[in-house]
Design a binder for this molecule. Structure first.
Ligand SMILES: *Cc1c(COP(=O)(O)O)cnc(C)c1O
Length: 411
């Protein structure tokens, strides 16, 4: 993508919004090409070679996705993305197990696809929902989860990596609790699959949502892991029709998307460790430069338990929106991409006690596979320059600095 710089030359903006979506990996696109062209069969056609080829491609992808999370291929249900997977997991489980109970435990900092699915059930199905508050670092206390579970609880839904502040939840501890209490455990792992190790058996996960476009795969494809044994999880389907995906999700399979998701999972897992180290070092370099060269910069979310590519910072005395306007050659988000259409402060930052004022000063840096060291240095230069420029217009910032200088001289 090109944009016109002030001097009139075309220059591609630097993409640092990898939590909103990622660029498709060229190797993923290459893997998809046959099913986008000659191998166009319907994976349900059992009577000819086109159908068999499509079915074979889907089988391979199902194995690749299953392997990425320690599941068995038959436990993977392909969907249109993590939004649909979250809806299917939550509404599907509460629907199927209505005789067991009517209560969900989740967290205030979840993705809107989880929170809004819960709200709908509260409004229309008489379900009650406990929204836990994470600690100041964004992490849920497993003890709070245990305390919130009642004999009416059907499901606990707690995400792996947060899409705004990158914080990782203690899934294994939570899974031990849900197991011991006989409650289903769903996790939204859209941001973490193939980036951070995840194992559905070791972590006691019964339902797991993932998405292609967050892991360098195509948009409009995702999956839901539905545990087949110990326990076998049942769901009410959201989409009825031809009975594909064992009836969990009818509709002709999106074969190119499925092939792309499988390839994205396999590549991600193969390169996960090296990539995490490389991306975390870019992230740490950016963090060190911004906090070294600017004052009043705070990190949102726990400093350690976080995605390698996530850096969410508040730049006090600067409006996040103004900062982004001044940084048009860098693609960034203030708060979450999903809520940036409205100017509501991010519900995630609110949930960890960040003031509305500082939430409006926050920027999410999302570093990914295709970012380079040179890009990170350039972004640091530009952010430092732009924050410094905007703060020249801030009377509050000037007053704060004067206070500091006076305090310093008085000592
Ligand atoms: C992006 C995202 C979603 C939504 O996924 P889609 O595939 O775009 O529907 C859900 N949860 C999290 C944590 C996400 O980052």
């Amino acid at each position: 993508m090109d944009s016109l710089t002030p001097t009139g030359e075309h220059k591609a903006p630097i993409y640092l919004d990898n939590h909103a979506t990622t660029r498709i990996d060229p190797r993923v696109l290459e893997a998809m090409m046959p099913s986008l062209t000659e191998e166009y069969g319907n994976a349900s056609s059992r009577t000819h070679a086109f159908g068999w080829a499509a079915e074979g491609a889907v089988d391979k992808a199902r194995k690749q996705v299953a392997q990425a999370i320690g599941a068995r291929p038959k436990e993977i249900v392909f969907t249109s993305g993590a939004t649909e997977s979250n809806n299917l997991a939550i509404k599907g489980a509460l629907g199927f197990y209505a005789d067991r109970g009517d209560h969900i435990v989740t967290v205030k900092s979840e993705h809107k696809a989880v929170l809004d699915a819960c709200r709908t059930l509260e409004k229309s199905a008489g379900v009650s929902v406990t929204y836990l508050t994470p600690d100041a670092g964004g992490i849920v206390d497993p003890g709070d989860v245990a305390d919130a579970i009642t004999d009416r609880t059907v499901l606990v839904s707690i995400m792996h990596a947060n899409s705004e502040i990158g914080v990782l939840q203690p899934l294994a501890e939570i899974g031990r609790i849900t197991r011991s209490k006989g409650v289903l455990f769903h996790t939204d792992a859209a941001q973490s699959v193939a980036k951070i190790g995840i194992d559905v058996d070791a972590m006691g996960i019964d339902l797991l949502s993932l998405s292609g476009h967050k892991i360098y795969g195509p948009k409009g494809i995702g999956a839901l892991f539905v545990r087949a044994r110990d326990p076998r999880v049942r769901l009410v389907a959201m989409v009825d029709g031809g009975g594909q995906e064992k009836g969990f999700r009818s509709g002709t399979l999106n074969v190119p998307g499925i092939v792309g998701l499988g390839a994205a999972c396999e590549i991600g897992i193969a390169e996960m460790e090296d990539e995490a180290v490389r991306i975390a070092s870019l992230r740490d370099r950016l963090h060190a430069r911004l906090t070294g060269e600017l004052d009043y910069v705070t990190l949102n979310g726990d400093g350690d338990a976080r995605l390698p590519g996530n850096l969410n910072l508040s730049f006090a005395y600067v409006e996040g929106e103004s900062l982004l306007m001044g940084l048009r050659e860098v693609a960034l988000s203030s708060g979450s991409a999903c809520t940036s259409a409205s100017l509501e402060p991010s519900h995630v930052l609110r949930s960890i006690g960040v003031s509305d004022e500082l939430a409006h000063s926050s920027i999410r840096f999302g570093i990914g596979r295709f970012n380079t060291e040179a890009e990170i240095e350039r972004v640091a230069d530009r952010v430092v320059a732009e924050v410094t420029r905007l703060r020249r217009f801030s009377a509050l910032y000037a007053a704060k600095r004067d206070q500091q200088t006076d305090a310093g001289q008085a000592q």
